[in-house]
Design a protein around this ligand. Structure first.
Ligand code: ADP
Length: 233
């Protein structure tokens, strides 16, 4: 099998139900999904449709109630909590909406710290700087988060997620707080870098301008795939 035809994410009949005082919630309700390695998938759909839960299942943050979640060749349901945490650290870069940067460290230091935590600290200083530059932050690497715009902060957040060279990048509404043009530019930078790494990306977004940049789009509603998401030309 060549790398391009390899399946990075393989979901079979996946369900995630939550028991609540007002009854069972079927957050994800029978999803079959395959994403090939190196592809970029956008998950769209209405609020409450199950997008965050699906991302959490693929990133081993949640366990399925039933069905199998196989990611990068590993059946995540077969792992203990500790094994899942180790697997996550070694394979997944999460991009969060709340940039989550340490306010007393510069952009560069935020990324270098993450590199050290990810165990790639040796060449971190140069790598972090180069990555930030490629993400469009030339001239901003020594600024504190407070001195950066929302879009720039999210570019630092992206650099932090990618410095460990993850094979899978997951993001849940990574540009939620940004205007549409800025969102599209930030996600373009993210996808260019993901492509450079040869990684697979799965990103939740409700913004058509963001979604149109992806190789594939799906529409998730009521926990089920409602077919490919329509993106206006
Ligand atoms: P989306 O990301 O598309 O907005 P979510 O995956 O966050 O959707 O939520 C899907 C459904 O599952 C919603 O009805 C939500 O209230 C419910 N849900 C999500 N997480 C939990 C939880 N931990 N406990 C109970 N219900 C949950």
């Amino acid at each position: 099998m060549t790398a391009s035809s390899e399946v990075a994410v393989d979901l079979r009949e996946v369900r995630r139900h939550y028991r609540t005082p007002s009854g069972d919630v079927h957050a994800v309700d029978g999803v079959d999904l395959q994403v090939r390695a190196g592809r970029a998938l956008a998950i769209m759909g209405p609020s409450g449709g199950g997008k965050s839960t699906l991302i959490a299942l693929i990133g081993a943050l949640e366990k399925p109630t039933s069905g199998t979640v196989t990611v990068l060749g590993t059946d995540l349901g077969a792992l203990s909590d500790e094994q899942r945490a180790t697997w996550r650290r070694g394979n997944v870069g999460f991009v969060f909406q709340a940039y989550d940067l340490l306010p007393f460290l510069t952009a560069h230091e935020n990324v270098a710290l993450q590199a050290a935590l990810a165990g790639v600290g040796a060449t971190a200083r140069d790598d972090a700087e180069e990555l930030l530059r490629r993400l469009g932050l030339d001239g901003h690497v020594d600024k504190l988060p407070d001195q950066l715009s929302g879009g720039q902060k999210q570019r630092v957040g992206i650099a932090r997620s990618l410095i460990g060279r993850p094979r899978l990048v997951l993001a849940d509404e990574p540009t939620g707080g940004l205007d549409s043009a800025t969102s599209a530019a930030v996600v373009r930078a993210l996808l260019d870098e993901v492509h450079r790494l040869g990684a697979t990306a799965i990103v939740v977004t409700h913004d058509p301008r963001v979604a149109e940049q992806f190789d594939e789009r799906i529409d998730l509603r009521d926990g089920r795939l409602a077919g490919p998401a329509a993106v206006p030309a």
